[in-house]
Design a protein around this ligand. Structure first.
Ligand code: XUL
Ligand code: CO
Length: 433
């Protein structure tokens, strides 16, 4: 046992009136909401990279955090795993997520790096069995090392494609062995800076072939989880190929993968793409590719992917409303892809940030469930589209342009516009959030 969180107990539930910053006010794992346990609705996860690997740097300054596990040795990596599970247990969080390079240092060769990852995965397996904490997803870091500066799957050098494929194979094997519920591909460097040096057509074909290989391999090893693509419009490249959910869907269809791969939607990435979080979720639900969520929030003034902890209840409630309407999570969940501000130095900051994020998700779930139970929004939608439920409207969709035109002239059709009632619906939402 480490002493990193000494003096901080397992986070208790104290109810909405509590002012204890290290207690849940809304998150009660066993509380039934719409007939399902809160924990099973939300399937929350702590991410390894921001919480345990990020040193607190920004473009103008380096490390601010001092963690006893910062360093390049396996001893450091083992201490990091120790502390990570101590935090998962304190938070009662059911899942975690990681990149291969978050958990173990890179070796002198890929074989050595893979061996390091496997050694830590063995420790994870023991700790997961002892604590009941599960792996929501694993992934490979194909963006930090300089070899990936011009892309991984989309690199002009085929040997980088090969290296990335080998790295993903190991990360997927390890995720499978740890019983991961999903495997994520976020194309950090899969995009371009300038068309002057980029063959876009070729790069998109490479990305499609790479993803097809991942799916083929997943099926070969019998990985029962879901392969997820995480859309993002820019950062780090100026033009990322996986811009948003709609773009990813078109890409999946082109390579015949829309039945095999789903999306992992991140709040901040949605905002960077000029969408709302719920827009991206509703798009994925409508297209049948909703998978999982990276929960965070962006600063609305800075225009960067600031990865702050979620604390906007209306934003989270509307997102969960659309998730519930889509049938809820299957293999996915709420992964906190969120990091502390670099001045938040203390262990208690790390715990407190997650307590707040988890509580906001719980509160959002309660609000969304109340909205569903009330049924007001659903009823307003049904009324708005009622015309389409008539036999005449259905028959029209089976007919053709000329027949429709003939009827419009014959019956002298001239539709009367009807109110969209937006303000009334916005006011209705405010009763629940
Ligand atoms: C980057 C991002 C990643 C992915 C996993 O913006 O969100 O951390 O979630 O690679
Ligand atoms: Co993310």
């Amino acid at each position: 046992m480490s002493d990193f969180f000494a003096g901080i107990d397992k986070v208790p539930f104290k109810g909405p009136e509590s002012d204890d910053p290290l207690a849940f006010r809304f998150y009660e794992p066993d509380r039934l909401v719409l007939g399902k346990r809160m924990e099973d609705h939300l399937r929350m996860a702590v991410c390894y990279w921001h919480s345990f690997a990020w040193p607190g740097g920004d473009p103008f300054g380096g490390q601010t955090f001092q963690r006893p596990w910062f360093g390049d040795t396996m001893e450091h990596a083992r201490l990091k795993a120790e502390v990570a599970f101590e935090m998962f247990e304190r938070l009662r969080v059911p899942f975690f997520t990681f990149h291969d390079r978050d958990i173990a240092p890179e070796g002198a060769s890929l074989a050595e790096s893979n061996a390091n990852v496997r050694a830590i995965a063995e420790i994870f397996a023991e700790k997961m069995a002892a604590t009941g904490v599960g792996l929501l997803w694993g992934t490979a870091n194909l963006f930090s090392n300089r070899r990936f500066m011009a892309g991984a799957a989309t690199n002009p050098d085929p040997e980088v494609f090969a290296y990335a494929a080998a790295q993903v194979k190991c990360a997927l094997d390890v995720t499978h062995e740890l019983g991961g519920a999903n495997y994520v591909l976020w194309g950090g460097r899969e995009g371009y800076e300038t068309l002057l040096n980029t063959d876009m057509k070729r790069e998109l074909e490479q990305a499609g072939r790479f993803l097809s290989m991942v799916v083929e391999y997943k099926n070969r090893i019998g990985f029962p989880g879901t392969i997820l693509i995480e859309p993002k419009p820019q950062e780090p490249t100026k033009h990322q190929y996986d811009y948003d959910v709609a773009t990813v869907f078109g890409f999946l269809q082109r390579f015949g993968l829309e039945g095999e791969v789903k999306v992992n939607i991140e709040t901040g990435h949605s905002v960077l793409a000029g969408h709302s979080f719920e827009h991206e979720i509703a798009t994925a639900v409508a297209l049948g590719v909703f998978g999982s969520v990276d929960a965070n929030r962006n600063d609305y003034q800075s225009g960067w992917d600031t990865d702050q902890f979620p604390n906007n209840v209306p934003e989270v409630a509307l997102a969960i409303y659309h998730i519930l309407k889509g049938g809820g999570f299957t293999t996915g969940g709420f992964n906190f892809d969120a990091k502390l501000r670099r001045q938040s130095l203390d262990p208690v900051d790390l715990i407190g940030a997650h307590v707040g994020g988890m509580d906001v998700c719980a509160r959002g779930l309660l609000a969304a469930a109340a909205m569903i139970e009330d049924g007001g929004l659903e009823a307003a939608l049904a009324e708005r589209y009622a015309g389409w439920e008539t036999p005449g409207a259905r028959a029209m969709l089976e007919s053709d342009l000329a027949a429709i035109a003939e009827r419009v002239e014959r019956e002298r059709i001239d539709p009367e516009p009807r109110s969209g009632r937006q303000e009334r619906l916005e006011n209705w939402i405010n009763r629940f959030v």
